[in-house]
Design a protein around this ligand. Structure first.
Ligand code: NAG
Ligand code: NAG
Ligand code: NAG
Length: 180
């Protein structure tokens, strides 16, 4: 049932297009420093057209072998409201199977620039190094329905079911549907 649901969303989203996606902000935070804390978390503009994202999560509780993630897309409408995607999943299981297409899409955005490119346990700090946002911007427009506005892509991390951190990315969509 879930699979059918995701497949429907993807079909629907693939049929739409946007002309412009801009990254506006990135926020990271910790709920439990004993597990992890962020030493870097920013979008840096190199010039008018190019930006990159750097994240460095110092892992204080090694190894991490029981990770749950909650991934949500929210749309701004007098506050950020839930929008289509709200998935909670076992991070270690995902790294092993890489089955869920929506999670895989988000994972592939940063995988090549990250040291989270192996299965659990995670026994080192987590680095996302210089992900050029142009790639993310082009990629997201394939999956997110084109209603102009401000969106957040929010991820909460849990270790043994207790939340320890979050990463929120904020984007602005401006464009119009191709064939409607
Ligand atoms: C902006 O910086 C990027 C990365 O260094 C470079 O490839 C690109 O040509 C630059 N663009 C402009 C307009 O200077
Ligand atoms: C994972 O990333 C690290 C750091 O970038 C790299 O040294 C390593 O070769 C990568 N491993 C795989 C399996 O891609
Ligand atoms: C992860 O930790 C929780 C809470 O301790 C436990 O209930 C769950 O079974 C663990 N999951 C795995 C895959 O070990």
């Amino acid at each position: 049932m879930r699979k059918v649901f995701y497949a429907l969303i993807i079909l629907e989203l693939l049929s739409l297009n946007v002309s412009h996606v801009t990254f506006t902000n990135l926020k990271c935070g910790t709920y439990n420093r004993k597990v992890a804390e962020f030493q870097k978390c920013y979008i840096k503009a190199v010039n008018r057209t190019h930006k990159y994202v750097d994240v460095y999560m110092k892992v204080n509780q090694i190894p991490l072998d029981n990770i749950t993630l909650n991934l949500k897309v929210m749309r701004y409408d007098q506050g950020y409201k839930p929008f289509f995607i709200d998935i909670t999943f076992d991070g270690c299981q995902f790294l092993k199977s890489q089955k869920n297409p929506i999670i895989k899409f988000f994972y592939e955005v940063y995988k090549d620039n990250s040291n989270i490119n192996h299965t659990c346990p995670i026994n080192h700090d987590i680095i996302v190094d210089h992900v050029w946002t142009g790639n993310i911007e082009a990629g997201i427009s394939k999956y997110v329905p084109v209603i102009n506005g401000d969106y957040s892509i929010e991820t909460i991390f849990y270790s043994n079911k207790r939340r320890f951190g979050f990463v929120n990315a904020y984007v602005r969509l401006s464009g119009r549907p191709k064939d409607i």
